[in-house]
Design a protein around this ligand. Sequence first.
Ligand code: ADP
Length: 330
Amino acid sequence: MDKHNKAIRRLGVFTSGGDAPGMNAAIRAVVRTAVYHGLEVFGIYRGYEGMIEGDIVPLDKRDVANIIHRGGTILKTARSKRFRTSEGRNEAYEALRAKEIDGLIVIGGDGSFTGGRIFHEEYGVPVMGVPGTIDNDLYGTDYTIGFDTAVNTAIEALDRIRDTASSHNRLFFVEVMGRDTGYIALNTGIGSGAGAILIPESSVDLDILMNHLEKTEKHKKLFSLIVVAEGNENGNAQQLADEIKVRFPHYDTKVTIIGHLQRGGAPSALDRLLASRMGYTAVESILQGHTNMMVGVQDNHMQLVTFEDAITKHKAIDADLMRMADILSQ
Ligand code: ADP
């Protein structure tokens, strides 16, 4: 059955919340797919904040040339307090009406989708979501745009630290992003051959950790790289290193916080491909009449998941992957 929504003629696209490498590739895919279908496309600057202010410009397919390889987002991104109020959302609606925009593609994380969902419920404007966040913490998709690049950046940093780590009893605590989730830490830890991985989802006792490290030391391992997610329950990298210094003073501890380096840089091949597929699928789906949904990838297939599920359901860390990381770090 053809669910083509004839009503959509003018599509707005914007990036919102935390930025992620690959957002530009997603914008490009949205614009070009929409133009292919004969739609007029508008870029909304600075997420919901720019929407309220009417900071909206027409985008043609040539306007998104030469951006697929660039990190960040050409549309800028923002957090908008005003959009959390009904007055703010009303202003946003009026700004869209002034441009006759009748469909929205939001590229962002769960906060951005929450805003999109409420906006759709209040004003009926069709909204489709594209998951752009380095944290990979959204239910309904195996991967989010930016995650692969962030992990690659972190692994490159770990490789460099490993090169300098050649003395006895040196413990390197390397902190990666992930306030609530350990996806970046787990994947970075496995990919860089870390001695231990500490994430918010599982609390590791310091004594057990040190026991593990002492054992590996007996096996003539000369140093240990420990990857810590910033939201780790027992403390961030600096707090852990401080505690180790007190309790195990014979260890020489070093701390590196990779920080915002993980957000920047050219998107990886995987992120460019994912962003292209998701941007394309989002436009095709909104034209078929879908709304209030996020595009996800599962087992390498594009699928749609409701905003409600994407926002409220929890994507659990793969326990077997954690077990494997443990076994491989011996
Ligand atoms: P992310 O999309 O990366 O999770 P945020 O959580 O900061 O980032 O959300 C981005 C923006 O989405 C917020 O600044 C706000 O404008 C909008 N938003 C988030 N939650 C709500 C809400 N409950 N109601 C309305 N707007 C919201």
